[in-house]
Design a protein around this ligand. Structure first.
Ligand code: ADP
Length: 318
């Protein structure tokens, strides 16, 4: 391997820049050339490729988003698109690629690897929904952002004796909701993995808490359950208590990465650069039981991940 490319794909996440920086600098230290590919697989197919040196990644570790940009690309899901992508890599002398993204992006990397381009994936998503790893880049920043926002909502909710429905991100995975409900002391929690949604139970819980003298009630709702606004309207009608919905939305995806996201992204970026330099392909980096590890992409994509039952129980009890 002489030249590697790096791209970010799928949804962006704070810490991706730290990962790009690590991939670039560690690969240069390993004696390789590095090229940055803009806007994920779309940029690859459009040949938006440029040389990167140490300075290309200066002053980015503290920045949210991704300096390379990211995109979703339908063309790359076709065999023709994948063959074209591999051809473009060869044209630019790229014999290995680090893909920073989620499961969908790994599928793209898997296809490139089948086309003879060495690939390594790095888990980048705020949702924590990648089965082969206990940690994904951006999750820590996202939960801290959401936690601070919910703290603020709690203050005003308490002053006005309101009920608040706060919707956090996570279309298929409730990890952000689960962590925030513990961190923010939510009274109710709704997760896509635990679809036992019973509005009457929530209403009874609110009325019960109010009788006990509680001045506010916070319901953390995951995006995958959704309908927060109509839920708030129904709760208000049933309880007679002022109820407001707040959808935190994209603010959770941005912002300066936390120390943990910067450090783990740096470690994973270097790990990916090293295994690519060692000639490995079709791999994905993960963090398991306190260690950085790598798995075959096929194996990683076949793994399953479930919400920690004990954590869920704790969220409900506390
Ligand atoms: P994430 O990586 O965050 O899961 P997506 O699922 O949107 O995000 O995937 C990002 C991109 O990866 C897609 O736009 C597409 O270009 C590529 N991709 C997704 N699935 C496949 C697939 N089965 N084969 C090839 N490329 C894929």
């Amino acid at each position: 391997i002489k030249t590697i490319g790096v791209l970010t794909s799928g949804g962006d996440a704070p810490g991706m820049n730290a990962a790009i920086r690590a991939v670039v600098r560690k690969s240069l230290a390993n004696g390789l050339k590095v090229k940055g590919i803009k806007k994920g697989y779309m940029g690859l197919l459009n040949e938006e490729i440029e040389d990167m040196d140490r300075r290309s990644v200066s002053d980015i570790i503290q920045r949210g988003g991704t300096i390379l940009g990211t995109a979703r690309c339908m063309e790359f899901t076709t065999p023709e698109g994948q063959a074209k992508g591999a051809e473009i890599c060869r044209k630019h002398g790229i014999d290995g690629i680090v893909v920073i993204g989620g499961d969908g992006s790994y599928r793209g990397a898997q296809k490139l690897s089948q086309q003879g381009i060495n690939t390594v994936g790095i888990p980048g998503t705020i949702d924590l929904d990648i089965s082969c790893t206990d940690y994904t880049i951006g999750f820590d920043t996202a939960i801290n952002t959401a936690m601070s926002a919910i703290d603020k909502i709690r203050d005003t909710s308490s002053s006005h004796e309101r009920v608040s429905v706060v919707e956090v991100m996570g279309r298929h995975a409730g990890y952000i909701a689960l962590w925030c409900s513990i961190a923010n002391g939510a009274d109710d929690i709704l997760l896509p993995e635990k679809y036992d949604y019973n509005e009457q139970r929530i209403i009874d819980n609110i009325i019960d808490n109010r009788k006990k003298g509680k001045t506010h009630h916070i319901i953390v709702n995951a995006e995958g359950i959704g309908h927060s606004t109509s839920m708030a309207r129904r709760i208000e009608a049933a309880t007679g208590l002022e109820t407001r919905a707040t959808i935190l939305g994209y603010m959770q995806r941005g912002g300066s990465p936390t120390c943990k996201d910067r450090v783990y992204a740096s470690m994973m970026g270097c790990y990916a650069a090293d295994i690519l330099a060692a000639g490995k392909t079709n791999r994905v980096v993960g963090y398991r039981n306190g260690q950085f590890v790598d798995y075959d992409i096929d194996e990683a994509l076949a793994m399953k991940k479930n919400i920690n039952e004990y954590m869920y129980e704790i969220a409900r009890i506390l």
